[in-house]
Write a protein that binds this ligand. Structure first.
Ligand SMILES: Nc1ncnc2c1ncn2[C@@H]1O[C@H](COP(=O)(O)OP(=O)(O)OP(=O)(O)O)[C@@H](O)[C@H]1O
Ligand SMILES: [Mg+2]
Length: 323
């Protein structure tokens, strides 16, 4: 478990982390999301000790992360695999050599049967069996990231930290990489922390997420709870998904489908029970891991407002009249 408590950090006179507190549980996929410059990468670098923090506390399974204690730090970094946007592969080594590199760094004999089995198993895991002896320049972006993932796993880490791991990849390739991260989490029990500015990443794989804004955690929770009906205007503007083309006549009511009651056929029930006509003038339904959540906007006659509001209040859905 990674516990971050009131962590502050500044670069010269600029406060970059302003008292961050959050807990990452074992075996979850935790997202850290926010706009460019919010402090996401800095926070991740503090977690694995690449960057010192000024005050507060970060502990991993109860042990303090202290970047001045170099030997403890090396042990910690061994338990944390890390992957980056730009892959960071060595061009002179092939796929196999790149994956073996952390073993070399730790003085592990890469020629032993055990090491070779391990590397080959990882090559299979990331689906690069036919590329083992190719150089990075012969690989696509998605394939390079697969090598980086295998390399990050070669020392059997407990945690996998990903900094914008899919930001340089197209949407289809991103899906494949996210599925791989999910598999690593589920089958190997590795705790995954993903730093990203891509909502798709958070929605597809994160069980919990923290929204970082200007060095502070503005909100944290399940992605669907945070992003379907966000109260914070900073998150609303980050999502940029409110329509500006809603009808100007009648009443616009937004109905949210998330959590309990999200699968009930509320809209058709309403049409039948009230015997009213209305139109759906905006909708967004999205996959959040195994579920589909979202919201839609109904346009109703002003005369029906009270009846419709009463009906919706009697159901387990969240809703609001848009003004
Ligand atoms: N080594 C450094 N020296 C000085 N300022 C830094 C340093 N690293 C980061 N910063 C500043 O800290 C702030 C947060 O940077 P950080 O890289 O953590 O943001 P981020 O949320 O990861 O952004 P992005 O989405 O663009 O990667 C920025 O204003 C950045 O300029
Ligand atoms: Mg960053």
């Amino acid at each position: 478990m990674i516990e971050i408590s009131n962590v502050r950090k500044s670069f010269r006179d600029v406060d970059v982390l302003k008292g961050i507190s959050l807990t990452i549980e074992d075996h979850e996929i935790y997202g850290i999301v926010g706009q460019s410059g919010a402090g996401k990468s800095t926070l991740l670098r503090c977690i694995n000790g690449l960057e010192p923090y000024d005050s507060g506390e970060i502990t991993v399974d109860g042990a303090l992360v202290n970047s001045r204690d170099k030997s403890a730090l090396r042990g910690l970094q061994k338990r944390m695999g890390m992957i980056f946007q730009n892959f960071n592969l060595l061009e002179r080594l092939d796929v196999y050599g790149n994956i073996a590199l952390p073993m070399k760094f730790w003085g592990i004999n890469t020629r032993s049967q055990e090491s070779r089995d391990k590397i080959e198993e990882l090559i299979r895991l990331v689906g690069l069996e036919d590329k083992a002896h190719m150089k990075p320049r012969q690989l696509s972006g998605g394939q390079k990231q697969r090598v980086a993932i295998a390399r990050a796993l070669v020392l059997d880490p407990q945690f996998l930290l990903c900094d914008e791991a899919t930001s340089a990849l197209d949407p289809e390739i991103t899906k494949g990489i996210l599925a791989l991260l999910q598999k690593i989490n589920r089958e190997m029990g590795i705790t995954v922390v993903v730093v990203t500015h891509q909502m798709e990443v958070v929605k597809q794989i994160c069980g919990r997420v923290a929204f970082l804004y200007n060095g502070s955690v503005l909100s944290q929770g399940k992605p669907e709870e945070m992003f379907i009906k966000p109260a914070e205007k900073e998150i609303q503007s980050f999502l940029r998904d409110k329509s500006e083309l809603l009808p100007r006549t009648g009443v616009n009511i937004q109905v949210f489908f998330v959590g309990e009651g999200s699968n009930e056929p509320v809209i058709t029930q309403m049409a039948r029970e009230l015997g009213k006509d209305f139109s759906i003038c905006w909708a967004k339904l999205e996959d959040f891991r195994e579920n589909i959540y979202g919201s839609l906007v109904l346009n109703i006659d002003e005369a029906d407002r009270e009846q419709v509001c009463n009906f919706l209040s009697s159901k387990k859905v969240a809703w609001e009249v848009l003004t």
